[in-house]
Write a protein that binds this ligand. Sequence first.
Ligand SMILES: NC(=O)c1ccc[n+]([C@@H]2O[C@H](COP(=O)([O-])OP(=O)(O)OC[C@H]3O[C@@H](n4cnc5c(N)ncnc54)[C@H](OP(=O)(O)O)[C@@H]3O)[C@@H](O)[C@H]2O)c1
Length: 338
Amino acid sequence: MTKVGIVGATAYTSLELIKILLRHPESEISYLGTRRMAGTKISEIFPVLTKIFEMPCSPLGEGKVPGDVDLVFMALPPTVSMQFVPQFLDAGIKVVDLSADYRFAEKSVYERWYKVKHTDPSHLKAAVYGLPELFRDKIETASLVANPGCYPTAAILGLAPLIKRDLIDTDDIIIDAKSGISGSGRTPTEATHYCERNENLEAYNVGVHRHTPEIESIVSLMGNSDPFVYFTPHLIPMIRGLLCSIYVQLKKEISNEEIRDLFNNLYGGEPFVRLSRDGTFPKTKDVTNTNMCEIAVKVVGKRVLIFSSIDNLMKGASGQAVQNMNIMCGHNETMGLI
Ligand SMILES: NC(=O)c1ccc[n+]([C@@H]2O[C@H](COP(=O)([O-])OP(=O)(O)OC[C@H]3O[C@@H](n4cnc5c(N)ncnc54)[C@H](OP(=O)(O)O)[C@@H]3O)[C@@H](O)[C@H]2O)c1
Protein backbone atom coordinates (compact mmCIF):
# COMPACT_ATOMS: atom_id res chain seq x y z
CA MET A 1 0.00 0.00 0.00
CA THR A 2 1.39 3.42 -0.97
CA LYS A 3 0.50 6.26 1.41
CA VAL A 4 -0.09 9.35 -0.66
CA GLY A 5 -0.19 13.09 0.03
CA ILE A 6 -1.50 15.93 -2.13
CA VAL A 7 0.00 19.39 -1.72
CA GLY A 8 -2.25 22.16 -2.98
CA ALA A 9 -5.35 20.15 -2.11
CA THR A 10 -7.77 22.83 -3.34
CA ALA A 11 -6.46 22.64 -6.94
CA TYR A 12 -8.48 21.31 -9.87
CA THR A 13 -5.79 18.69 -10.42
CA SER A 14 -6.10 17.68 -6.75
CA LEU A 15 -9.78 16.80 -7.17
CA GLU A 16 -8.88 14.64 -10.17
CA LEU A 17 -6.10 12.96 -8.17
CA ILE A 18 -8.50 12.24 -5.31
CA LYS A 19 -11.09 10.71 -7.65
CA ILE A 20 -8.46 8.43 -9.21
CA LEU A 21 -6.81 7.50 -5.91
CA LEU A 22 -10.15 6.56 -4.31
CA ARG A 23 -10.43 3.84 -6.98
CA HIS A 24 -6.80 2.77 -6.67
CA PRO A 25 -6.57 -0.52 -4.77
CA GLU A 26 -2.94 -0.11 -3.66
CA SER A 27 -2.81 3.48 -2.47
CA GLU A 28 -4.35 5.45 0.34
CA ILE A 29 -4.59 9.23 0.74
CA SER A 30 -3.07 10.14 4.10
CA TYR A 31 -2.35 13.86 3.76
CA LEU A 32 -3.95 16.87 2.09
CA GLY A 33 -1.83 20.01 2.43
CA THR A 34 -3.11 23.55 1.82
CA ARG A 35 -1.96 27.05 2.70
CA ARG A 36 -5.43 28.52 3.40
CA MET A 37 -7.88 25.74 4.25
CA ALA A 38 -6.19 23.77 7.05
CA GLY A 39 -8.85 22.15 9.25
CA THR A 40 -11.48 22.30 6.51
CA LYS A 41 -12.82 19.00 5.21
CA ILE A 42 -11.96 18.37 1.57
CA SER A 43 -15.66 17.67 0.98
CA GLU A 44 -16.43 21.28 1.97
CA ILE A 45 -14.01 22.47 -0.72
CA PHE A 46 -15.28 19.95 -3.29
CA PRO A 47 -18.91 19.12 -2.34
CA VAL A 48 -18.90 16.29 -4.91
CA LEU A 49 -16.86 14.35 -2.32
CA THR A 50 -19.52 14.62 0.43
CA LYS A 51 -20.16 11.20 1.99
CA ILE A 52 -17.41 9.82 -0.25
CA PHE A 53 -14.20 11.29 1.16
CA GLU A 54 -14.22 13.83 3.97
CA MET A 55 -10.62 14.03 5.19
CA PRO A 56 -9.67 17.36 6.82
CA CYS A 57 -6.89 19.37 5.19
CA SER A 58 -3.59 20.01 6.97
CA PRO A 59 -1.42 23.14 7.01
CA LEU A 60 1.38 23.52 4.55
CA GLY A 61 4.67 25.11 5.49
CA GLU A 62 8.20 24.76 6.69
CA GLY A 63 8.66 21.89 9.13
CA LYS A 64 5.15 20.58 8.40
CA VAL A 65 6.12 17.38 6.58
CA PRO A 66 3.67 14.57 7.36
CA GLY A 67 5.13 11.40 8.89
CA ASP A 68 2.89 8.88 7.25
CA VAL A 69 3.45 9.50 3.53
CA ASP A 70 5.47 7.61 0.89
CA LEU A 71 4.79 9.90 -2.09
CA VAL A 72 3.36 13.39 -2.59
CA PHE A 73 1.76 14.97 -5.60
CA MET A 74 2.56 18.68 -5.82
CA ALA A 75 -0.44 20.52 -7.30
CA LEU A 76 1.04 24.00 -6.79
CA PRO A 77 1.75 26.68 -9.40
CA PRO A 78 5.17 26.88 -11.04
CA THR A 79 7.71 28.93 -9.04
CA VAL A 80 5.79 28.03 -5.84
CA SER A 81 6.29 24.27 -6.06
CA MET A 82 10.08 24.40 -5.81
CA GLN A 83 9.72 26.19 -2.45
CA PHE A 84 8.09 23.05 -0.98
CA VAL A 85 9.55 20.10 -2.92
CA PRO A 86 12.94 19.96 -1.10
CA GLN A 87 11.41 19.41 2.35
CA PHE A 88 9.54 16.32 1.12
CA LEU A 89 12.51 14.86 -0.77
CA ASP A 90 14.81 15.49 2.19
CA ALA A 91 12.36 13.58 4.39
CA GLY A 92 12.65 10.56 2.04
CA ILE A 93 9.25 11.12 0.41
CA LYS A 94 8.97 10.59 -3.35
CA VAL A 95 7.55 13.50 -5.33
CA VAL A 96 5.52 13.82 -8.52
CA ASP A 97 5.48 17.54 -9.29
CA LEU A 98 2.66 18.72 -11.56
CA SER A 99 4.20 22.16 -12.00
CA ALA A 100 6.91 23.14 -14.49
CA ASP A 101 9.59 23.69 -11.85
CA TYR A 102 11.57 20.50 -12.52
CA ARG A 103 10.80 19.93 -16.21
CA PHE A 104 13.93 21.56 -17.64
CA ALA A 105 17.34 19.93 -17.58
CA GLU A 106 18.80 23.39 -18.27
CA LYS A 107 18.26 25.73 -15.33
CA SER A 108 18.94 28.73 -17.58
CA VAL A 109 16.05 27.83 -19.91
CA TYR A 110 13.66 27.65 -16.94
CA GLU A 111 14.92 30.96 -15.57
CA ARG A 112 14.60 32.68 -18.96
CA TRP A 113 11.00 31.55 -19.56
CA TYR A 114 9.68 31.64 -15.97
CA LYS A 115 11.53 34.84 -15.10
CA VAL A 116 12.65 33.70 -11.64
CA LYS A 117 15.81 32.19 -10.23
CA HIS A 118 15.55 28.44 -9.70
CA THR A 119 15.83 27.94 -5.96
CA ASP A 120 16.43 24.18 -5.96
CA PRO A 121 19.06 23.43 -8.63
CA SER A 122 20.42 20.32 -6.90
CA HIS A 123 17.12 18.44 -7.09
CA LEU A 124 16.51 19.80 -10.59
CA LYS A 125 19.52 17.78 -11.76
CA ALA A 126 18.03 14.55 -10.42
CA ALA A 127 14.50 15.10 -11.74
CA VAL A 128 13.12 12.81 -14.46
CA TYR A 129 10.67 14.06 -17.11
CA GLY A 130 7.55 12.00 -16.46
CA LEU A 131 6.37 10.97 -19.89
CA PRO A 132 6.19 7.18 -19.39
CA GLU A 133 6.01 6.31 -23.09
CA LEU A 134 9.50 7.81 -23.56
CA PHE A 135 11.22 7.68 -20.17
CA ARG A 136 9.69 4.69 -18.34
CA ASP A 137 13.06 3.19 -17.32
CA LYS A 138 14.22 6.39 -15.66
CA ILE A 139 10.88 6.98 -13.93
CA GLU A 140 11.10 3.54 -12.30
CA THR A 141 14.03 4.56 -10.13
CA ALA A 142 13.31 8.29 -9.74
CA SER A 143 12.55 10.03 -6.44
CA LEU A 144 11.42 13.21 -8.21
CA VAL A 145 9.32 13.12 -11.36
CA ALA A 146 8.43 16.28 -13.26
CA ASN A 147 4.99 15.60 -14.64
CA PRO A 148 4.81 17.07 -18.17
CA GLY A 149 2.63 19.99 -19.15
CA CYS A 150 -0.69 19.28 -20.85
CA TYR A 151 0.13 20.74 -24.28
CA PRO A 152 3.62 19.17 -24.28
CA THR A 153 2.16 15.73 -23.48
CA ALA A 154 -0.12 15.77 -26.52
CA ALA A 155 2.46 17.43 -28.78
CA ILE A 156 5.45 15.25 -27.86
CA LEU A 157 3.48 11.99 -28.12
CA GLY A 158 2.32 13.12 -31.57
CA LEU A 159 5.85 13.97 -32.73
CA ALA A 160 7.96 11.24 -31.11
CA PRO A 161 7.69 8.44 -33.71
CA LEU A 162 8.71 10.80 -36.53
CA ILE A 163 11.56 12.41 -34.62
CA LYS A 164 13.01 9.14 -33.40
CA ARG A 165 13.28 8.01 -37.03
CA ASP A 166 14.66 11.40 -38.19
CA LEU A 167 11.86 11.80 -40.75
CA ILE A 168 11.03 15.51 -40.31
CA ASP A 169 12.66 18.94 -40.25
CA THR A 170 12.77 19.77 -36.55
CA ASP A 171 13.18 23.50 -37.20
CA ASP A 172 9.76 23.69 -38.85
CA ILE A 173 7.27 22.23 -36.37
CA ILE A 174 3.91 24.01 -36.31
CA ILE A 175 1.58 23.23 -33.42
CA ASP A 176 -1.90 24.71 -33.36
CA ALA A 177 -3.30 23.80 -29.95
CA LYS A 178 -6.66 24.19 -28.23
CA SER A 179 -7.49 23.58 -24.60
CA GLY A 180 -10.50 23.61 -22.32
CA ILE A 181 -10.48 26.37 -19.72
CA SER A 182 -9.71 24.14 -16.71
CA GLY A 183 -6.17 24.12 -18.14
CA SER A 184 -5.79 27.58 -16.61
CA GLY A 185 -6.54 26.41 -13.07
CA ARG A 186 -9.15 27.34 -10.52
CA THR A 187 -8.43 31.00 -9.84
CA PRO A 188 -10.65 33.07 -12.15
CA THR A 189 -9.14 35.79 -14.30
CA GLU A 190 -10.58 38.07 -16.94
CA ALA A 191 -9.25 35.71 -19.63
CA THR A 192 -11.07 32.74 -18.12
CA HIS A 193 -14.27 34.61 -17.18
CA TYR A 194 -17.41 32.92 -18.62
CA CYS A 195 -18.51 36.10 -20.41
CA GLU A 196 -15.13 36.45 -22.09
CA ARG A 197 -14.73 32.80 -23.07
CA ASN A 198 -18.21 31.61 -23.97
CA GLU A 199 -18.99 31.76 -27.71
CA ASN A 200 -15.48 33.09 -28.27
CA LEU A 201 -12.12 31.91 -29.56
CA GLU A 202 -8.72 33.57 -29.66
CA ALA A 203 -5.04 32.70 -29.71
CA TYR A 204 -3.03 33.63 -26.63
CA ASN A 205 0.65 33.90 -25.65
CA VAL A 206 1.58 33.67 -29.33
CA GLY A 207 5.31 32.95 -29.65
CA VAL A 208 5.84 33.28 -25.90
CA HIS A 209 3.90 30.41 -24.31
CA ARG A 210 6.04 28.62 -21.71
CA HIS A 211 5.23 25.20 -23.09
CA THR A 212 7.26 26.06 -26.22
CA PRO A 213 10.69 25.49 -24.63
CA GLU A 214 9.39 22.37 -22.88
CA ILE A 215 8.37 20.81 -26.21
CA GLU A 216 11.62 21.97 -27.82
CA SER A 217 13.80 20.53 -25.08
CA ILE A 218 12.26 17.04 -25.33
CA VAL A 219 12.28 17.14 -29.15
CA SER A 220 15.94 18.11 -28.94
CA LEU A 221 16.66 15.20 -26.59
CA MET A 222 14.91 12.68 -28.85
CA GLY A 223 16.31 13.91 -32.14
CA ASN A 224 19.67 15.30 -31.13
CA SER A 225 18.79 18.53 -32.94
CA ASP A 226 18.20 22.21 -32.26
CA PRO A 227 14.46 22.44 -32.97
CA PHE A 228 12.21 25.42 -33.53
CA VAL A 229 8.58 25.03 -32.58
CA TYR A 230 5.85 27.43 -33.72
CA PHE A 231 3.36 26.85 -30.91
CA THR A 232 0.04 28.70 -30.83
CA PRO A 233 -2.42 27.86 -28.04
CA HIS A 234 -6.11 28.78 -27.88
CA LEU A 235 -8.60 28.55 -25.01
CA ILE A 236 -11.88 27.17 -26.21
CA PRO A 237 -15.27 27.41 -24.50
CA MET A 238 -15.33 23.97 -22.92
CA ILE A 239 -14.25 22.81 -19.48
CA ARG A 240 -11.79 20.03 -20.28
CA GLY A 241 -10.12 18.48 -23.31
CA LEU A 242 -7.17 19.40 -25.50
CA LEU A 243 -6.32 18.95 -29.17
CA CYS A 244 -3.02 19.63 -30.92
CA SER A 245 -3.02 19.87 -34.72
CA ILE A 246 0.61 19.52 -35.76
CA TYR A 247 2.12 20.27 -39.18
CA VAL A 248 5.62 19.04 -40.00
CA GLN A 249 7.75 18.89 -43.13
CA LEU A 250 8.95 15.46 -44.35
CA LYS A 251 12.63 14.98 -45.19
CA LYS A 252 11.82 12.23 -47.69
CA GLU A 253 8.77 10.71 -49.34
CA ILE A 254 6.86 8.27 -47.19
CA SER A 255 3.40 6.75 -47.51
CA ASN A 256 0.46 7.10 -45.18
CA GLU A 257 0.63 3.38 -44.49
CA GLU A 258 4.30 3.50 -43.51
CA ILE A 259 3.64 6.39 -41.16
CA ARG A 260 0.77 4.54 -39.51
CA ASP A 261 3.00 1.46 -39.12
CA LEU A 262 5.61 3.64 -37.45
CA PHE A 263 3.11 4.94 -34.90
CA ASN A 264 1.67 1.45 -34.37
CA ASN A 265 5.14 0.04 -33.76
CA LEU A 266 5.98 2.64 -31.12
CA TYR A 267 2.60 2.75 -29.39
CA GLY A 268 1.08 -0.69 -30.06
CA GLY A 269 2.03 -1.92 -26.59
CA GLU A 270 1.22 1.32 -24.78
CA PRO A 271 -1.88 1.21 -22.56
CA PHE A 272 -2.59 4.95 -22.84
CA VAL A 273 -1.85 5.86 -26.46
CA ARG A 274 -4.02 4.75 -29.35
CA LEU A 275 -4.24 5.49 -33.06
CA SER A 276 -7.56 6.65 -34.53
CA ARG A 277 -9.14 4.33 -37.06
CA ASP A 278 -7.73 5.11 -40.52
CA GLY A 279 -9.54 8.09 -42.01
CA THR A 280 -10.90 9.31 -38.68
CA PHE A 281 -9.51 11.96 -36.36
CA PRO A 282 -9.46 12.26 -32.56
CA LYS A 283 -12.31 13.99 -30.76
CA THR A 284 -11.74 15.48 -27.33
CA LYS A 285 -14.96 13.81 -26.15
CA ASP A 286 -13.53 10.37 -26.87
CA VAL A 287 -10.75 10.86 -24.31
CA THR A 288 -12.58 12.94 -21.69
CA ASN A 289 -12.17 11.57 -18.16
CA THR A 290 -9.63 9.02 -19.37
CA ASN A 291 -5.84 8.85 -19.32
CA MET A 292 -5.80 8.13 -23.07
CA CYS A 293 -3.98 10.06 -25.79
CA GLU A 294 -5.57 9.48 -29.20
CA ILE A 295 -3.52 10.26 -32.30
CA ALA A 296 -4.23 10.39 -36.04
CA VAL A 297 -1.63 10.92 -38.79
CA LYS A 298 -2.04 11.77 -42.45
CA VAL A 299 0.46 12.57 -45.19
CA VAL A 300 -0.61 15.61 -47.24
CA GLY A 301 1.88 16.67 -49.92
CA LYS A 302 5.29 17.18 -48.33
CA ARG A 303 3.88 17.43 -44.83
CA VAL A 304 2.59 15.04 -42.23
CA LEU A 305 -0.42 16.27 -40.28
CA ILE A 306 -0.75 14.88 -36.77
CA PHE A 307 -3.76 15.28 -34.51
CA SER A 308 -3.28 14.44 -30.84
CA SER A 309 -5.97 14.67 -28.20
CA ILE A 310 -6.00 14.24 -24.42
CA ASP A 311 -8.01 15.30 -21.38
CA ASN A 312 -5.82 18.10 -19.97
CA LEU A 313 -6.69 17.14 -16.39
CA MET A 314 -6.02 13.40 -16.95
CA LYS A 315 -3.23 12.42 -19.38
CA GLY A 316 -2.32 16.13 -19.27
CA ALA A 317 -1.99 16.20 -15.46
CA SER A 318 -3.46 13.96 -12.74
CA GLY A 319 -3.92 10.73 -14.74
CA GLN A 320 -0.34 10.87 -15.95
CA ALA A 321 0.80 11.73 -12.41
CA VAL A 322 -0.82 8.52 -11.09
CA GLN A 323 0.65 6.58 -14.02
CA ASN A 324 4.06 7.90 -12.88
CA MET A 325 3.33 6.99 -9.25
CA ASN A 326 2.46 3.45 -10.34
CA ILE A 327 5.79 3.13 -12.15
CA MET A 328 7.78 4.68 -9.28
CA CYS A 329 6.12 2.50 -6.63
CA GLY A 330 6.09 -0.79 -8.54
CA HIS A 331 2.31 -0.99 -9.05
CA ASN A 332 0.75 -2.13 -12.30
CA GLU A 333 1.11 0.96 -14.52
CA THR A 334 -2.59 1.13 -15.34
CA MET A 335 -3.84 0.69 -11.76
CA GLY A 336 -6.71 3.09 -10.93
CA LEU A 337 -6.73 4.47 -14.47
CA ILE A 338 -8.82 4.04 -17.58
N1 LIG B 1 -5.14 22.49 -14.89
C1 LIG B 1 -4.53 21.73 -15.77
O1 LIG B 1 -5.13 21.23 -16.74
C2 LIG B 1 -3.06 21.41 -15.60
C3 LIG B 1 -2.45 20.56 -16.55
C4 LIG B 1 -1.09 20.25 -16.41
C5 LIG B 1 -0.35 20.80 -15.36
N2 LIG B 1 -0.97 21.65 -14.47
C6 LIG B 1 -0.14 22.20 -13.40
O2 LIG B 1 -0.56 21.58 -12.18
C7 LIG B 1 -0.43 22.52 -11.11
C8 LIG B 1 -1.80 22.69 -10.47
O3 LIG B 1 -2.69 23.17 -11.46
P1 LIG B 1 -4.23 23.44 -11.19
O4 LIG B 1 -4.78 23.93 -12.47
O5 LIG B 1 -4.84 22.28 -10.54
O6 LIG B 1 -4.11 24.65 -10.15
P2 LIG B 1 -5.24 25.51 -9.44
O7 LIG B 1 -6.56 24.89 -9.59
O8 LIG B 1 -5.05 26.91 -9.92
O9 LIG B 1 -4.77 25.41 -7.90
C9 LIG B 1 -3.50 25.88 -7.50
C10 LIG B 1 -3.20 25.40 -6.09
O10 LIG B 1 -1.99 26.00 -5.64
C11 LIG B 1 -2.20 26.62 -4.37
N3 LIG B 1 -1.34 27.79 -4.24
C12 LIG B 1 -1.28 28.86 -5.09
N4 LIG B 1 -0.32 29.71 -4.69
C13 LIG B 1 0.21 29.17 -3.57
C14 LIG B 1 1.25 29.60 -2.68
N5 LIG B 1 1.93 30.73 -2.87
N6 LIG B 1 1.55 28.79 -1.62
C15 LIG B 1 0.89 27.64 -1.41
N7 LIG B 1 -0.12 27.20 -2.22
C16 LIG B 1 -0.43 27.96 -3.28
C17 LIG B 1 -3.66 26.98 -4.36
O11 LIG B 1 -4.05 27.07 -3.03
P3 LIG B 1 -5.14 28.11 -2.52
O12 LIG B 1 -6.47 27.41 -2.59
O13 LIG B 1 -4.68 28.34 -1.14
O14 LIG B 1 -5.06 29.31 -3.42
C18 LIG B 1 -4.28 25.76 -5.08
O15 LIG B 1 -4.39 24.68 -4.19
C19 LIG B 1 0.09 23.82 -11.73
O16 LIG B 1 1.49 23.86 -11.62
C20 LIG B 1 -0.30 23.69 -13.20
O17 LIG B 1 0.53 24.41 -14.06
C21 LIG B 1 -2.31 21.94 -14.57
